[in-house]
Design a protein around this ligand. Structure first.
Ligand code: 13P
Length: 281
């Protein structure tokens, strides 16, 4: 059932677990998340990147919303990493529950002005807003931030930013990256503690693919209640088609679609259990 992202995250915050937010592209991804969430009686968030929204347009967002609504567990649809006001408006108009108004490439003041404006817009539609302070490096479809542009979240700035922008959730940068971790992940938990001491709102950690279980657990203890996951699920999907295509080229496409869904569902189920949201629907 469609539920507000705020409700999902506030409940997670209260009961110390996190909700997985999975970046999706198509029906197979949607079925994988819904099946995994229903099987484990877990809430979940469907995420869409602006480039995918542009590509799929209203039919794709309608699919995401309808799938979330007809699921037997609470789910929301969230627009991920968007710096374009027109796309935020489009997504809100389509009925998404929340957006990441991403002004992280701007200066602090510009990010604040942009985020505040998008927050007014979203709140007027009954939706909520995630913001990013600091800057996450790495690569995701159509979005690359070089390591040298990455910036850790400053706890004092985060406090000022949230107070002045009125955002509902905050994505922190504490050493997490989008995409592949090319060396051992290292998260700055001292920094996360300082952010948590200054803020009451739900915190979000991007780049959850590849993070070891202990880091996930520690992040949850320190107030993270939404993890964004893309790379591990996407890689599983691509790997599936590479291997399956080579050995089963005569099979029905529908069989392939079902098997691709199953492959992604396995990874998603692992994440749901790791995040502690199983049984929390
Ligand atoms: P990963 O691709 O590293 O899982 O990160 C996803 C993400 O943070 C999307 O915003």
């Amino acid at each position: 059932m469609l539920t507000s992202t705020k409700e999902l995250l506030e409940k997670a915050q209260k009961y110390s677990y996190a909700v997985g937010a999975f970046n999706l592209y198509n029906l197979e991804g949607v079925k994988a998340v819904v099946n995994a969430a229903e099987a484990d009686k877990s809430p979940a968030i469907i995420q869409i990147l602006p480039q995918i929204l542009k590509y799929g347009g209203p039919p794709l967002i309608a699919l995401f919303l309808e799938a979330a609504d007809s699921a037997s567990v609470p789910m929301s649809v969230h627009l991920d990493h968007c710096e374009d006001e027109a796309i935020i408006e489009l997504a809100l108009k389509a009925g998404v529950q929340s957006v990441l108004a991403d002004g992280s490439k701007f200066s602090f003041q510009e990010n604040l002005a942009f985020t505040r404006e998008m927050t007014v817009l979203a709140h007027a539609k009954g939706a909520t807003v995630e913001a990013e302070i600091g800057r996450i490096s790495g690569t995701e479809d159509g979005m690359t931030v070089a390591a040298k542009e990455a910036k850790m979240t400053d706890p004092d700035q985060a406090q000022e930013f949230v107070a002045k922008s009125g955002v509902d959730f905050l994505a922190v940068t504490i050493g997490n990256v989008h995409g592949q971790y090319y060396s051992e992940p290292r998260l700055d938990f001292e920094r996360l503690i300082k952010v948590r001491q200054r803020l009451k709102i739900p915190l979000v950690l991007h780049g959850a693919s590849g993070l070891p279980a202990l880091m996930i657990q520690r992040s949850i203890e320190l107030g993270v209640c939404k993890f964004n996951v893309n790379t591990e699920v996407r890689q599983k999907y691509l790997q599936f088609w590479r291997e399956y295509g080579e050995t089963n080229s005569q099979r029905d496409l529908l069989d392939c679609q079902k098997a691709a869904t199953g492959a992604m569902q396995e990874i998603i189920a692992q994440k749901i259990r790791l995040f502690g949201s199983a049984g929390k629907a």
